[in-house]
Design a protein around this ligand. Sequence first.
Ligand SMILES: Cc1cc2nc3c(=O)[nH]c(=O)nc-3n(C[C@H](O)[C@H](O)[C@H](O)COP(=O)(O)OP(=O)(O)OC[C@H]3O[C@@H](n4cnc5c(N)ncnc54)[C@H](O)[C@@H]3O)c2cc1C
Length: 388
Amino acid sequence: MIHSFDALILGGGAAGLMCAIEAGKRGRRVAVLERADRLGKKILISGGGRCNFTNLHCQPESFLSSNPHFAKSALARYTPADFIALVEKHRIPYHEKTLGQIFCDRSARDILKMLEEECRAAVVSIFLNTKIQEVSRPANFVVRTPSAEFHAPALVVATGGLSIPKIGATSFGYDLARQFGLKIRDPWPGLVPLVLAAEDRSHYCDLTGVSADVTASCNEQHFREKMLITHRGLSGPAILQISSYWKQPQQIGIDLAPGREVTAIFRDPKAPRNSAMLAAELRKLQAHRFADRWLDLHAPASWTNPALADFERQAHAWTITPAGTEGFDKAEVTAGGVDTDELSAKTMESRKVPGLYFIGEVVDVTGHLGGFNFQWAWASGAAAGRAL
Ligand SMILES: Cc1cc2nc3c(=O)[nH]c(=O)nc-3n(C[C@H](O)[C@H](O)[C@H](O)COP(=O)(O)OP(=O)(O)OC[C@H]3O[C@@H](n4cnc5c(N)ncnc54)[C@H](O)[C@@H]3O)c2cc1C
């Protein structure tokens, strides 16, 4: 069977659905070809089931890319306010949690249902359980599946990155880009927990579940948020954020008392200089178990001013060299991807292969934690959808 459309969109996730809605609204006959048995599986598991669908403070600086300017145009033309307007049109209750992060009050299912309704209104054809065997371009694009052939002059690749293979992530998008001669920036896991080296693990990992307010730094990036100790290493927002910037074998710096002076009390000549006093001060800033462990491992060499200054310095500059990350199995996002030099920043169309578009996570644009990755999916999807 042969199906002909104006555009084929491969992947029915966040970016693919937004692209289909925008193109459908403009009267284009579009089909979404999705490999899974349902649309938007990642939307459903996102934000702990509540989908952090955008961020009020969306700026180009919230994204990593080998070309930091690339995302600006699409982000400016489809903003968090645009997506929030859509959410409000569907009467979906939402709230700001922290740092501009917008979550559903009820469930991520609300967002998926909204996108599905918008697809229906825009007369988008959806094909689930579609196993793509081959993509060619004799004249138009031809996508072959075991039971049908799809033909269209435009093809949009929205198949996402490598994160969470368990729910269907594959290298399909990168392979297709290579097939058409486009360059790929090597993908790496982003927003991912770090695994500590054996010695650090033996020092800290029995404290699994303890969290600390820290600033994590690497490659001139700094994130002040919570850090969480896991049974293999470190996680929590500060660590997830910095993980996107970390490359083995670099070090990560952790300030355990950001903006505070742990030893300030000892300027008071009446303050007793002893472990109990120092522990009490550190416990004001960190969880008791972590404070006590830190003191066990980094007790000042003496109670002199230079020794206390050294203790202070160490508390602001804990340096770790992670053994690695938890990899794509646990990464919330895939950094790297289709090289932005290959694409138009306005439309996401390939410069080399007219009619071929790449949107969403498969592109070398990666957001910080906090709703930025969905905002990129909506914005890049809308950019392509308006150009089809
Ligand atoms: C656990 C988790 C929580 C997250 N929470 C948030 C959050 O709260 N906020 C946020 O901004 N971001 C979050 N993210 C990141 C966000 O989900 C992704 O960045 C976003 O979904 C990317 O959208 P996409 O459309 O590019 O790719 P995806 O959403 O991954 O969609 C790709 C689609 O393509 C399909 N596909 C793959 N291969 C093929 C093929 N060969 N043929 C046909 N179809 C194919 C897949 O089945 C999938 O439906 C989270 C990610 C994870 C893993």
